[in-house]
Structures are given as structure tokens and as C-alpha cells.
Write a protein that binds this ligand. Structure first.
Ligand SMILES: Nc1nc2c(ncn2[C@@H]2O[C@H](COP(=O)(O)OP(=O)(O)O)[C@@H](O)[C@H]2O)c(=O)[nH]1
Ligand SMILES: [Mg+2]
Length: 188
């Protein structure tokens, strides 16, 4: 969390993490679109529409008359050869939304990405808020919440939101949950 007394802003950092193609950029774009902030979002993509390096944007929330909490939203690309950029993007995170792909045949990818996250961010800070977005639940042959929890070995202390990023299902809900949790954790 970064506090700027001159500008009366508090900055918190929320990182979207997960395997390549699980829907991080789609989720973030839907969120910024919904909040009328799509022009504020920077997505660095290659010519095939895949994320290179990251997506980044700020969502401001007015608090009372003069303070603003700025949610700095980041995503890191999931592709293997960008691991070093993912480590950098995780630094200083106040909350992490893990975007898992619900398709049955992609569970190894979820596990690999989850362990990478566990080894870096979660090991460094056990109190870091984390929530899981189980995405693409509009598709056939998918895992349900119980199956995902088994695959990732995650208990009820971490919430799972069942989502469809392309329709915005549960996108605002998981973001609001994370925003509140991240602010609360950062100030205590
Ligand atoms: N059917 C379906 N497709 C999705 C959903 N979310 C994302 N996608 C598609 O999955 C692909 C990868 O999404 P993208 O957001 O680029 O993934 P990222 O690599 O995690 O940023 C794109 O073709 C999206 O349109 C979803 O909820 N349902
Ligand atoms: Mg992306």
C-alpha cells in the first residue's frame, strides 16, 4: 500500500495471476469496461492478441470528500518465457486473483501456475489475500469447485468464485471482495 498525503491518495495493488489463456485479460477488460474506464487500461499485446508483459490500469474509489483509494490492477502474462516479468509484477501486491481455467484438460496448467504463485508471493507473505476465479464455466467438460479445490489442494479459507469472464459473470463480485480484503489487510 502506498499513501500520498499531498494528493490524498492510497494506492493498493491487485494482481491477476494464472496460466496462459485462462482469461486474465478478458476479466480485466470487462471490469474496466463496466466501470467506464476502458480508455485507462493499458494492455500490451502482440499481433495475435496475446498479452506481452502485462495489462495495467487504475480504478479510483472516492472515500468521503477528499481521499481516493486507487486500485492498481495488474496482470502478468502466463507464458513460460515471461516468468521473470511475473515475479516483478507480484512485488508489493496487496491481493491476488488467481484465474483458473475450468476446462478439465487444462488442470495441470492450473496446478503449475498455482505452485509458481505459492512459491513466490504466498510463501513470502502468508497473510496476502487471495481469491480464485474459476473461469470459462460456460464451456463443456469442466471441473466444479470441489474438483478444483482438490486439484489445487485449497481449503475453504480461500474463496472460489464461479465465473464467465466473457459475460462478466462474478467479475465485479470477486473484484469487490478482493478490494475490501486488500484494503483491510493493508491497513492492519
Ligand atoms: N468460453 C469462454 N472463453 C473465454 C472466457 N474468458 C476468456 N475466454 C477466451 O479465452 C481466451 C484467452 O483469454 P485471455 O483473456 O486473453 O487470457 P489471458 O492469457 O489469461 O489473458 C480468449 O480467446 C478469450 O476470449 C470465458 O469465460 N468463456
Ligand atoms: Mg492476457
Amino acid at each position: 500500500m502506498i499513501i500520498d498525503y499531498d494528493k490524498r491518495t492510497v494506492g493498493i495493488k491487485i494482481v491477476f495471476f494464472g496460466p496462459a489463456m485462462s482469461g486474465k485479460t478478458t476479466t480485466i477488460k470487462w471490469l474496466f469496461h463496466e466501470m467506464d474506464l476502458i480508455e485507462e487500461l493499458t494492455s500490451i499485446e502482440n499481433s495475435a492478441g496475446r498479452t506481452m508483459f502485462m495489462d495495467f490500469g487504475i480504478i479510483p474509489f472516492r472515500m468521503g470528500d477528499d481521499w481516493t483509494i486507487n486500485a492498481h490492477v495488474w496482470s502478468a502474462t502466463g507464458q513460460d518465457f515471461y516468468k521473470s516479468t511475473r515475479d516483478v509484477i507480484l512485488v508489493g501486491a496487496d491481493g491476488i486473483i488467481f484465474v483458473a481455467d475450468a476446462q478439465m484438460h487444462l488442470q495441470d496448467e492450473n496446478v503449475e501456475s498455482w505452485y509458481e504463485l505459492a512459491e513466490t508471493a504466498l510463501e513470502a507473505d502468508e497473510s496476502l489475500p487471495i481469491a480464485i476465479f474459476l473461469n470459462k464455466t460456460d464451456l463443456p467438460n469442466i471441473v466444479n469447485e470441489t474438483q478444483l479445490r482438490m486439484v489445487l489442494e485449497v481449503d475453504e479459507s480461500i474463496p472460489v468464485f464461479i465465473g464467465i469472464a466473457s459475460h462478466g459473470k462474478n467479475v465485479l463480485e470477486i473484484f469487490q471482495w478482493m478490494f475490501q480484503k486488500a484494503v483491510k489487510t493493508a491497513v492492519t
